[in-house]
Design a protein around this ligand. Sequence first.
Ligand code: URA
Length: 424
Amino acid sequence: MDAIEVIRAKRDRGELTTEQIDWVIGAYTRGDVADEQMSALAMAILLNGMNRREIADWTQAMIRSGERMDWSRLDRPTADKHSTGGVGDKITLPLAPLVAACGAYVPQLSGRGLGHTGGTLDKMEAIPGWRASLSNDEMLGVLRAAGAVVCAAGSGLAPADKKLYALRDVTGTVESIPLIASSIMSKKIAEGTGSLVLDVKVGSGAFMKNVPDARELAETMVALGTDAGVRTVALLTAMDRPLGRAVGNALEVEESVEVLAGGGPADVVELTVRLAREMLAAAGVSASKDPETALKDGSAMDAWRRMIAAQGGDPDALLPRAAETMTVEAPASGVLTRLDAYAVGLAAWRLGAGRARKEDPVSAGAGVVLHAKPGDLVRAGQPLLTLHTDETWRFDRAVEALEDACAVGEASGEQLPLVIDRIT
Ligand code: URA
């Protein structure tokens, strides 16, 4: 078999055979298929699609390219959540210890931010001393000590996806439902969780800009998980406006701690509790307490503190703050009808919260704080946003990103419900 034959088959809208898929993924992982050949194939897949059988074969081949983790030695069921990514999406931070406090183990392999969406590991690294890289034995130790662990995937997990994702990122081939579904699910299945709740974001701040595309992605991922023996359910949730009031690494940790202390913005609390209930149900845990109670009685906070300390972090340390702030004011009086998620994410990125290339550092303190959310009444000139950065030259670029971000009108505008649909 050779790469050109496989590329031509997909270029000409053919269906790839199981053998072709196994061969091309294996050969690419070994370095026998060149990056330029794989990019041509990824582009052919983006343009011509793959059917469910091809996507399942592609996912299985990526799983087989590396190790598979096994949590069967644990005495409680495992549950995991994956978000397709958004602006202000810090839900993993309160959710993982919350679900642990309610009786399931949460082995959560997370990623870093790229572009306008933040990454859980970048947020957690704002906590002084906290370590993202753990060996498999260390992961098991943290799970036993705290019930939840949030860390980076080791290099042995789905190495084909690691290589391919980096290539897609620089060849305009990220936005393909078959490639996104197989990329996410190969890692989640290889991670060895018994159950999985997918939070598929919809709107300007997400990969999927509209509900039909998000539904197709969710259905594809649920089918892949279920066929691999992982109890999988997906929620479609709103990402037309930012989630919560904080966007940026340390700022989002601060907001997550507020949620764990029984407070925090209503949308973050609602989604955290809803996802926790879904995870416990998918894991088959008859929870010893309801997630809402575990946020109020301090048990989720206790699990958070144990988890941070077990990974070298100091849960009492002061979080980094950006050196400079600037206020953006409401342009008129009335109802805030729109505050665009993508624009706010782009502003936070330009303030230093995100990275342009994988190897770039991020600023822990940079980001955006929202003083109003769509539906709120605002007065002309009142603070709408506070921008945080370490370098004042970044303000102009952030303000430029926010130029058309908000609208003020007479009545509430159309916005997506927080939870749009549930796919099983
Ligand atoms: N996240 C992933 O892990 N892979 C994708 O392709 C897109 C988002």
